[in-house]
Write a protein that binds this ligand. Structure first.
Ligand SMILES: [Zn+2]
Length: 89
């Protein structure tokens, strides 16, 4: 299960994303529309500046790479399995 990692939106940067920047360009987007760029630690400021200078930037939030994994307790599911080898049918 090698899910592709979300990576930084900066051109040429393949670092795992740590930040989520949502933005809107009022000249081409309706006001409620949100575009999202992902950024690594190194490029968060660069991308935020880029969007901020144009007045596009809306929010910058921490981005969690493995939200689903965080909800899955590690390893507990398999302990019970295999302990009961007898089957009823
Ligand atoms: Zn980057």
């Amino acid at each position: 299960m090698a899910a592709p990692q979300a990576v930084c939106s900066r051109r040429g940067c393949g670092a795992p994303a740590a930040w989520s920047l949502s933005w809107n360009n009022p000249r081409v987007h309706t006001p409620e529309r949100r575009k999202v760029w992902l950024a690594c630690d190194e490029h968060r400021a660069h991308l935020a500046d880029f969007l901020g200078q144009r007045g596009f930037l809306k929010t910058v939030e921490p981005f969690h790479q493995h939200d689903d994994a965080a909800r899955t307790p590690g390893g507990h599911g398999d302990v019970v399995r295999g302990a009961g080898t007898e089957r009823e049918e």
